[in-house]
Design a protein around this ligand. Structure first.
Ligand code: KG4
Ligand code: ZN
Length: 324
């Protein structure tokens, strides 16, 4: 079975071809990161326009590199929520138009389910049940995933997402956007025990990072600690918070496997904190699958085939926003 995946929820336009027999056959991504860097964040209207320009050439390249024709596509998966609504509409319109022309079903894929299932692409044989943490620029969510691929939200952030605090901490240090890698590089040269930063909702499966952000700002203003020590202490606090709360969620459901996905899952300090957990096995996607990509969307659509409904003819991206 050949599944075409399309992702356009934020600032990456991505098209991939997944074969149920051979795995990912091709994956073509255009990142608008450099375009938005000048603004210090993603500008929704600019993102939508660039998706429109890029989606067709990426689709053509994905088919060519996979060595297939349009008629070989059996199923289409597209990110339908959550994301920038104008950006989502580009991918969804393209997917539905293609589905209509080829007479193939289109599966609406929730972006977070894609991030979670991407771990299965990197670890063949891995299947639910497991506890899943998604940590990205917009999300910090813990889900319980059962055998039937039902995703149940166990806890989330009350304010900033983990990626957002990495980005804002980098901004306070005059670093680039996005700033996760910048903080990781600084942290490698600092003392992770230098500064004691606060952890919100101790003992609970929910997050809040706004207090940590203020604490970082205050630590920088004091001029007592180096940027390296602040970055290392900040990263340790986030890593320990994420790993301990996800571990607690796994324990609550009796799960012995944890999956971590999303852009922040690239972070070396976070990977280290999870790998030191005892009594659970932790699965990270390959680095290239942590940030936004269509591979995970094609794979998720394939996994949902026969379990979930298809996109209705008159439905839009907005109609599917509550489904995961
Ligand atoms: O999943 P993603 O590519 O896009 C969203 O759906 O948001 O995640 C982007 C986020 C950004 O906040 C970026 O700073 C963060 O992932 N990120 C990292 C690292 N690499 C990317 N955060 C910490 N450490 C990293 N190495
Ligand atoms: Zn994402």
């Amino acid at each position: 079975m050949i599944t075409l995946g399309i992702e356009s929820s934020c600032d990456e336009t991505s098209v991939a071809v997944y074969s149920s027999e051979k795995g990912v056959l091709s994956s073509e991504t255009f990142s608008q990161s450099d375009i938005h860097a000048a603004f210090g964040g993603v500008i929704p209207e600019v993102a939508s326009r660039n998706h429109i320009v890029k989606i067709r050439p990426l689709f053509d390249a994905a088919l060519k590199n996979a060595g297939i024709e349009k008629r070989d596509i059996d199923l289409i998966g597209v990110t339908s929520a959550p994301g920038l609504i104008g950006a989502l509409f580009v991918g969804v319109s393209f997917a539905k138009g293609l589905g209509c022309a080829l007479k193939r079903p289109v599966v609406p894929v929730h972006h977070l389910s894609g991030h979670i299932l991407s771990a299965e692409l990197s670890h063949p044989g891995l299947t639910p049940p497991y506890t899943a943490l998604v940590v990205s620029g917009g999300h910090t969510h813990i889900f319980d995933v059962d055998e039937a691929l039902n995703f149940r939200l166990m806890g989330r952030t009350a304010d900033d997402a983990a990626g957002e605090v990495f980005d804002k901490t980098a901004k306070m240090m005059s670093g680039p956007y996005p700033g996760g890698k910048f903080i990781q590089d600084l942290a490698e040269k600092g003392n992770p025990e230098a500064v004691r930063f606060p952890v919100a909702f101790k003992g609970e499966v929910r997050f809040s990072f706004s207090g940590l952000k203020t604490a970082v700002m205050n630590a920088l203003a004091k001029n007592k600690f180096s940027r390296e020590d602040i970055a290392a202490s900040f990263q340790r606090t986030v890593a320990e918070t994420l790993s301990s709360k996800t571990f607690q969620a796994a324990r609550m459901r009796g799960r012995d496997r944890i999956v971590v996905g999303g852009g922040v899952a690239c972070n070396s300090g976070i990977r280290k904190a999870f790998s030191s957990l005892e009594g659970v096995r932790v699965y990270f996607p390959d680095f290239s699958l942590c940030t936004d990509n269509a591979d995970m969307i094609a794979y998720a659509a394939y996994r949902f085939y026969g379990r979930r409904r298809f996109f209705g003819n008159s439905e839009t991206a907005a109609d599917t926003r509550h489904e995961i």
